[in-house]
Design a protein around this ligand. Structure first.
Ligand code: FES
Ligand code: FE2
Length: 462
């Protein structure tokens, strides 16, 4: 039992359907106190691998990484190695990279094109849809008694959203559309703008000594920006012509946070004349982005409707549990280690100069050598390390900012904070974590109904 504070009992009363006693109560919704042990204890981490990564919809890649028939891309679901394949019919599969005989990996490379995967231990050979096609000595060694059809590679469910590939091990999980729910209303404003869709470049991969939750929680933390990123912001002001950033600006910002089904969203009430991109825009490239913005606005408006095309810009966000900052996978590698896979997503039909500017700009900010990233990583390391302190871990984190200042909004879906600076999304993220950790099955994991109006032609399929 991991139990903190008394607010937990209130939540239990609000949520009578659970029936059985909960095991985890780590965030006190009444005070915002968070138990630090969730960032370092091996037993909790092991439970996360089962209860969260074993059944949530997980971002695993992008369709553009496997564009042609028989392409494959090696990825992970939590710690489990998974081959994302496109079979000869163009269908996507997510296959556990484990030979059903003794368990060797059947793919040892990052990506490629292959109709079959042969295990290099004894030669069992699988088709790229997972079926076990050939076993050496099937007649002679196995006397034709091997139940070959039941020994295909273990396959996860796969669904896509605007080209982003998600997979889940849970047969009983709700659809990806229901899982994303109204969060898609916001996500579309970045991922679903153009008829031609997006393409993923990368990934850049590196390891950090951080717990995977520290950075997911950070996706809605705008409070840190003027402090942590002061030096990086000054460089941007001097060399890119960006306006300086102060606490006062952040506190007065009309931007907001929203929370849906575990997904944390930050967004701007955008000026419809200003280009939407963040990375790559500078004094030199602004005209390029401006031209592109104006040229594509009619298409974006047709796809997303007027409100979303002209007035909403998605900012930092996370898709529960570990998809962050556009297309980045935060792959858990133990309670105190996370492997980052950072992709750059580009609109496929954008001009080459724009793509180049975004690619360079993205790497300058995020990624192993990104200026902003290095500021952030230090924070995540420290937060993780604090949870290993024998004395420190007796004292909870304080996530009380903006308590009681969030609710439904007439114009925006989800639970919306009054201010841009708020810890509402953090409290709700850890609340969602509890829901997954305490649920016996998917039937006990609540999903908000889809209520947003999805104007325009964009769909889950792109
Ligand atoms: S472990 Fe793969 S064929 Fe034996
Ligand atoms: Fe940051």
């Amino acid at each position: 039992m991991i139990r903190l504070g008394s607010g937990y009992d209130d939540r239990e009363r609000e949520d009578p359907g659970m029936g059985t006693a909960r095991k985890y109560a780590v965030i006190d919704p009444a005070t915002g106190k968070l138990d630090r042990r969730i960032f370092s204890e091996q037993a909790i981490y092991d439970d996360e691998m089962e209860k969260i990564f074993g059944r949530a919809w997980l971002m695993i890649g992008h369709e553009s990484l496997v564009p042609a028939a028989d392409d494959f891309f090696h990825t992970y679901m939590g710690e489990d190695p998974v081959i994302l394949t496109r079979d000869g019919q163009g269908r996507l599969h997510a296959l556990l990279n484990m030979c059903r005989h003794r368990g060797n990996r059947v793919v040892r490379v990052d990506d490629g094109n292959a109709k079959r995967f042969m295990c290099t231990y004894h030669g069992w050979t699988y088709r790229n849809d997972g079926a076990l096609e050939h076993v050496p000595g099937e007649a002679q060694a196995y006397y034709d008694a091997l139940d070959r059809p039941s020994l295909g590679l273990i396959e996860a469910r796969v669904e896509t959203y605007a080209g982003i590939v998600f997979a889940t091990w849970a047969k009983d999980a709700a659809s990806l559309e229901a899982y994303l729910g109204d969060a898609r209303w916001y996500l579309d404003t970045v991922f679903n703008r153009r008829d031609g869709g997006m393409q993923a470049l990368g990934p850049m991969k590196w390891l950090e000594p951080v717990n995977w939750k520290t950075l997911v929680d950070n996706c809605s933390d705008n409070y840190h920006v003027p402090t942590s990123h002061l030096s990086s912001a000054r460089v941007q002001t001097r060399y890119l012509g960006r306006p300086p950033l102060s606490h006062e600006d952040q506190f007065a910002s009309p931007n907001r946070h929203a929370f849906v089904n575990g997904h944390s969203i930050t967004f701007r009430d955008a000026d419809d004349g200003v280009p939407r991109f963040v990375h790559g825009m500078s004094k030199e490239t602004l005209w390029l982005f401006q031209e592109y913005h104006e040229a594509t606005m009619p298409e974006v408006e047709r796809r997303l409707g007027t409100v979303r095309a002209r007035r909403v810009q998605l900012g930092n966000h996370s898709i529960f549990p570990n998809g962050i900052l556009g297309l980045r996978l935060a792959l858990p590698r133990g309670p105190l280690k996370t492997e980052f896979w950072h992709f750059v997503l580009l609109e496929r039909d954008a001009p080459e100069e724009i793509k180049r500017a975004i690619r360079i700009g993205s790497q300058a900010n995020n990624g192993a050598a990104g200026m902003f990233e290095q500021d952030d990583v230090d924070n995540w390391r420290q937060v993780t390390a604090a949870s290993t302190s024998r004395l420190g871990r007796r004292h909870p984190q304080d996530l009380s900012m903006g308590l009681g200042h969030a609710g439904p909004h007439p114009d925006y879906p989800g639970l919306v904070s009054e201010r841009y600076i708020s810890e509402n999304n953090q409290r709700l993220f850890y609340g969602r974590w509890e829901e997954f950790m305490n649920a016996e099955s998917w039937a006990q994991i609540p999903l908000d109904p889809i209520t947003a109006r999805f104007d325009g032609t964009a769909t889950m399929r792109g």
